[in-house]
Each structure stands twice: as C-alpha cells, then as structure tokens.
Design a protein around this ligand. Structure first.
Ligand code: TYD
Length: 213
C-alpha cells in the first residue's frame, strides 16, 4: 500500500477532531488526496450498535463490546482505509486500533495481547499515531462543555485514567505524544511539526516562508 495512515488517539476531550480537521485542511492545501474518517465507524452495523450503546445507559459485557469494536474495524479497514491507502491517499482517522488496546485494556483485557492480536490480524499498521495526552479530569470537563453531559459508558474518570496509562505505555515507533492541554493553535503547531518530521507531506517552515515573501 502506498498511502499514509495518520491516526489521532487519546482519551475523550483532547481535541482530536478539531486537530484532525485542521491537519486535513493543511494537507489538502499542500495538494494531497486526503480521506478523513473515524471509529466507531458508522458505515458498519457493529459501529452503529456501539454508538447506540454509548448514548444509552446500558453497557454490554466487555466481551461483546470488544467483539463489536473488532467487527466495526474490519468493516472500516475493508471499506475505507485499505482502498484509500491503495490509491495512495493520506488517511486521517479519529481513533483506530490503539483505542481498543487502551479502552478495552482499561476494561480488563490484557492490553499487550490485544496489541499483538491487532498486529497479527493484518490491519494496516499506522505510519504515525498522534497521541493527544491530557488529564482525564480536564478531558471530561471539555466533553461536558461540548455535549452537555458525558457518555456514561465510556466517559468516566477511572476508566479514562487507566486508558491514558495504557496509551502512554504502548512502545511502538509510530507513537508520538502531543500535549493536548495547550491552546488549539499551539497544539496545531505541534501537530504540524511532528507530521513534517515523521512523514514529510507538509511544506517545511522555510518553504512556507519563501512562498510567502
Ligand atoms: P468517540 O470518538 O468519543 O465518539 P463520540 O465523539 O461520538 O463520542 O468514541 C466513542 C467512545 O468509544 C470513546 O469513549 C472511546 C470508545 N472506544 C473504545 O472503547 N474502543 C475502541 O476501539 C474505539 C474506537 C472507541
């Protein structure tokens, strides 16, 4: 596959979707074919079941939840991610398999085993994972500002603290931590710098200066 897969990860309320939209705009301005997508993937029946569950109050068993996340991911990869990478696009995904490692790990599954399972199943590995790190309390406050109320199934401080610890413990060369506590502008600058350093794709600051003058 020739494209590039950049994933936005981290606990809820870290500003992933805002930053994803900003990066998509910058990459398109630089002439790239950009596909933006997200998980839970709404094109999949399992993804829709997850969203319904998250909005209601009724949690399913951790085993069922894990099975649904895997099912929606297979649909997502087959229908969206793999075809886009094959035609050489840059894919920006709001969440991908590290969310399962962290959140379902936080529910009690052994996260190292989940990671190995994902790596051996043939899901395309990300080229870059931007991990938006912040304190769960700060994240939940942002979620509540945005939605009025947190989704009780996933957005709970204990679960988010455990998920955050797992995100931080994953040791893979594609992981880069971004401090999500700063202003959106500063976080966007950090994102551009990391994307430029790790995968190129954006004009370097010197090129931008030359063009502007
Ligand atoms: P989220 O991106 O927060 O969607 P929304 O903005 O619509 O609420 O995703 C919903 C929740 O699903 C989020 O709290 C994290 C959780 N989640 C998992 O537990 N495992 C996974 O594999 C994924 C992709 C998400």
């Amino acid at each position: 596959m020739n494209g590039c897969l950049i994933v936005f990860e981290g606990i809820d309320g870290g500003g992933k979707s805002t930053q994803l939209a900003l990066l998509a705009e910058a990459l398109r301005a630089a002439g790239h074919d950009v596909v933006t997508t997200r998980e839970p993937y709404g094109g999949s029946p399992a993804g829709r079941r997850i969203r319904e569950m998250a909005q209601g109050n009724e949690a399913v068993s951790p085993e069922t939840e894990l099975a649904w996340f895997l099912e929606q991911r297979r649909d997502h990869v087959r229908e969206v991610i793999a075809p886009a990478l094959e035609r050489g696009a840059v894919v920006l995904s709001d969440r991908y398999y590290l969310s399962t490692i962290a959140y379902q790990g936080a529910r009690g599954f052994e996260w190292q085993a989940l990671l190995e399972q994902h790596e051996s199943e043939g899901f395309p590995p990300p080229d870059l994972v931007l991990l938006f790190d912040l304190d769960p309390g700060a994240g939940l406050a942002r979620v509540e500002d945005r939605k009025g109320v947190a989704e009780p199934v996933f957005e709970e401080t204990g679960l988010l603290s455990r998920a955050r610890a797992i995100f931080l413990a994953v040791d893979r060369p594609y992981m880069v931590q971004i401090d999500a506590a700063g202003s959106p502008d500063r976080v966007a600058e950090a994102v551009s710098r990391v994307v430029q350093d790790r995968v190129g794709l954006l004009p370097s600051p010197e090129d931008r200066d030359t063009k502007e003058t």
